[in-house]
Design a protein around this ligand. Structure first.
Ligand SMILES: Nc1nc2c(ncn2[C@@H]2O[C@H](COP(=O)(O)OP(=O)(O)OP(=O)(O)O)[C@@H](O)[C@H]2O)c(=O)[nH]1
Ligand SMILES: C=C(OP(=O)(O)O)C(=O)O
Length: 212
């Protein structure tokens, strides 16, 4: 099965506010963009991925991610993360009816294409499936196979919400890079320990010791 990834990204100046105590305001937007660049680059390098759609209203991020090969879809006006994902999935299926769609957070700087491939292969077995985040509370990926509605329930506590929605939880080992989202300073240190992609690595090199 070939998947289209739909990746939501908030305007950079407002994103990742929970990193404020670790990363200075002036540096944070560049770091958030670097997370998204590493996420998109790994997604595009994944064999099971046909294409990547980023839902964002941020013009700078749109240009940079489009240069990597992503298609940019403008956000729905101020209706939040799940509306953005539903809107992205709808745009994909207008273009390619029935397409298999997987929502993926843009904050996965350690993402490895081979691990994403493993998750998407496992998701093929179910109409809807999801992967819990490293903290075990949220979700980093929600997949809807051919002709299945995505029905995203992302946000705080989304693991339980996606379970209740009937999506199958993928209980896989060896896919830490797909689970490791970055919300806090501790998450950033965990991602750095796993090994981040080149954009995040370069952004962190300009920062005062985020891994300390
Ligand atoms: N397009 C779009 N993406 C969103 C929106 N809200 C959140 N996201 C994205 O959804 C993903 C998961 O969101 P969070 O992990 O909460 O990221 P965040 O909102 O930047 O983080 P905090 O400010 O710390 O809450 C990230 O890739 C965000 O950029 C939205 O309203 N529109
Ligand atoms: C978006 C999510 O949460 P967080 O903001 O904690 O990344 C989620 O896990 O669905």
């Amino acid at each position: 099965m070939q998947w289209t990834l739909v990746i939501p990204l908030k305007p950079l100046s407002r994103a990742k506010s929970r990193l404020a105590d670790t990363v200075a305001d002036g540096v944070r937007p560049g770091l958030v963009l670097a997370f998204a660049q590493d996420t998109v680059a790994a997604g595009l390098a994944c064999r099971g991925v046909m294409d990547v759609v980023v839902v964002t209203d941020d013009p700078h991020a749109g240009r940079e991610l489009s240069a990597l090969g992503a298609r940019i879809v403008p956000d729905t006006p101020a209706r939040g993360l799940n509306a953005a994902l539903a809107h992205g999935a709808e745009a994909i299926r207008l273009m390619r009816p029935g397409a298999a769609v997987a929502a993926l957070n843009a904050d996965l700087p350690a993402l490895r294409a081979a691990e994403l491939e493993q998750v998407l292969c496992a998701a093929e077995e179910f109409p809807r499936a999801f992967l819990a985040d490293a903290a075990g509370i949220g979700t980093t990926l929600l997949a809807a196979g051919t002709d299945r509605e995505l029905r995203p329930g992302f946000g705080t506590g989304s693991r339980a919400r996606h379970r209740v929605s009937g999506a199958k939880e993928l209980l896989l080992g060896g896919v830490d890079s797909v689970r490791q989202d970055v919300d806090t300073g501790d998450d950033l240190r965990a991602a750095l320990a796993l090994g981040v992609g080149p954009y995040t690595s370069a952004a962190c090199a300009d920062m005062p010791a985020p891994g300390a």
